[in-house]
Write a protein that binds this ligand. Sequence first.
Ligand SMILES: Cc1cc2nc3c(=O)[nH]c(=O)nc-3n(C[C@H](O)[C@H](O)[C@H](O)COP(=O)(O)OP(=O)(O)OC[C@H]3O[C@@H](n4cnc5c(N)ncnc54)[C@H](O)[C@@H]3O)c2cc1C
Length: 336
Amino acid sequence: MESNKPKIAIVGAGVVGLTTARILQEQVPGAQVTILADKFKQDLVSTVAAGIFRPGVSFKGPTAQVTKQWVDDSWHYWLKILKTPEAADAGVIQVSSYIFSKDNPHVTRNHLIEDLVPVYRPVTDEELKLAGGAGWKYGAFYTTVLISCEKFLPWAEKAFLRDGGEIIQTKVDSLSSLTNYDLVFNCSGLGAKYLCNDHDIVPMRGQVIKVKAPWLKTAFYGDYDTYIIPGPDGVVTLGGTRQYDSYNLEVCKHDAAAIMERCVELVPGLQGAEVVGHRVGLRPHRSPVRVEPELVGGTKVVHCYGHGGYGVTCAPGTAMHAVKLGLDLLKLKNKL
Ligand SMILES: Cc1cc2nc3c(=O)[nH]c(=O)nc-3n(C[C@H](O)[C@H](O)[C@H](O)COP(=O)(O)OP(=O)(O)OC[C@H]3O[C@@H](n4cnc5c(N)ncnc54)[C@H](O)[C@@H]3O)c2cc1C
């Protein structure tokens, strides 16, 4: 009976909210799922991200095992979309990437994905010469996927609505006010700082430049400071900055100049590339990322926020975990 179906709210329409919504619809067909959010698509940090699947080695869940599970589950989720005819519309593409370092061999390693992606290997001496500028001593080459949220969010939103979901634009003032829902997923990113009075979540400011460089097919990292990531439609993201506890959403011309200088040094062919935009976003940094249930004044809540610089990468794995916790909370599994 329709009225027996659980009413579920998701706070947040970024990559975490939308993957949670889609996974819920898959696992609980017929649930009445509503997304509540005050901002969408272009106004979100999710669409600032280049969206490359590469968790930093510091990305952290409650245990090393859970972290690895999140990464593995996420990889398989994105790979499944990549293998469908929908991939291009969903903004999921395959990319290859070099990562070079001047002084630190460990920067080129990544224990979270080395066993997961099809190729992850040290570079040859010839490949090391692909990096512009002097002093690059270490490097790795790997293949991965990239998820452009400019495409993925509208694609997922359309599928969510098609499958009976509802979207309401609203600002949620407190989770405890959402009493007319059986279950609430809190995917509010940096908004959780206020919704949960969580002092552990901190903005990590990131600024990037978008340029037209359709000839560039491979991503380049120079240590962790400099990155050049080709996305769909010939637009390449140049970065970046990681400014801890900065709330500044304005484009800084000094950051832009430094990013351009570093990127052109690493890939000289970018000199003179047409700049199509500058973007700034605040990564919702929290260590560990919070995926856990809580009863908030009578409302059953599962938190899923604080993904920092790796929310596009790891949204699906954390969402699957959150959905499992939510279903346990509702004891839905036996009923449906
Ligand atoms: C420069 C830069 C580059 C990046 N590159 C990558 C990358 O290559 N790979 C990667 O994996 N990640 C990358 N990231 C990180 C990634 O962008 C984030 O981790 C991810 O977007 C976080 O998603 P989210 O859904 O948690 O947050 P958001 O996209 O911020 O969404 C939060 C949602 O919650 C809603 N909300 C919040 N509070 C309330 C409230 N009180 N009431 C109603 N709604 C509310 C908001 O309106 C919004 O809809 C990058 C980030 C930056 C800044």
